[in-house]
Design a binder for this molecule. Structure first.
Ligand SMILES: [Zn+2]
Length: 154
């Protein structure tokens, strides 16, 4: 695949999503798919998995395009699968992150720590939960910002 083909593929994603009246999940927004495609494309020369995922996208999108007048939610399942696989691979192997990923993780860690601290040291669970939430959001937001700065955000 070359840059021209990548551009065409992203264009197809946009036109499919425009033609369809079905509300698809947030993870299938054309802008997000476009960013995932960019990452796969830039890694493809050194990574066979990225190359393979790109191939899956081409097949999946052209299938969706071929029947754009008659799409059901079921038709998006295949695309969702390819997206999930690609995002998972980019996160695990190429150490990329999805926006909000760190916030979600650190809030859940902050909350459980907050409960423990609240019960053990403060004798006040809701104060512990509040502190855990505040610290969780602060740390997660900082990590997200750092990932963006390091160009690791998909
Ligand atoms: Zn890869």
């Amino acid at each position: 695949m070359n840059g021209k083909e990548l551009k065409r593929l992203k264009q197809s994603v946009k036109s499919v999503s425009k033609q369809s009246s079905i509300k698809v999940s947030k993870s299938l927004e054309p802008e997000f798919i476009g960013r995932v495609l960019d990452r796969l494309y830039s890694n493809a020369p050194e990574c066979d998995t990225c190359k393979g995922q790109l191939g899956d996208f081409v097949q999946c999108i052209s299938e969706l395009q071929g029947r754009a007048d008659d799409l059901s939610k079921q038709d998006y399942v295949a695309l969702q699968k390819v997206m999930d696989g690609s995002v998972h691979h980019l996160q695990k192997i190429h150490k990329l992150v999805v926006a909000g990923q760190y916030v979600a993780v650190s809030v859940s860690v902050g909350l459980s720590l907050g409960v423990a601290v609240g019960v053990t040291f403060l004798d006040n669970v809701s104060l512990g939960v509040a502190l855990g939430l505040v610290f969780g959001i602060a740390i997660g937001t900082a990590l997200d910002a750092k990932a963006k700065k390091d160009n690791r955000l998909i």
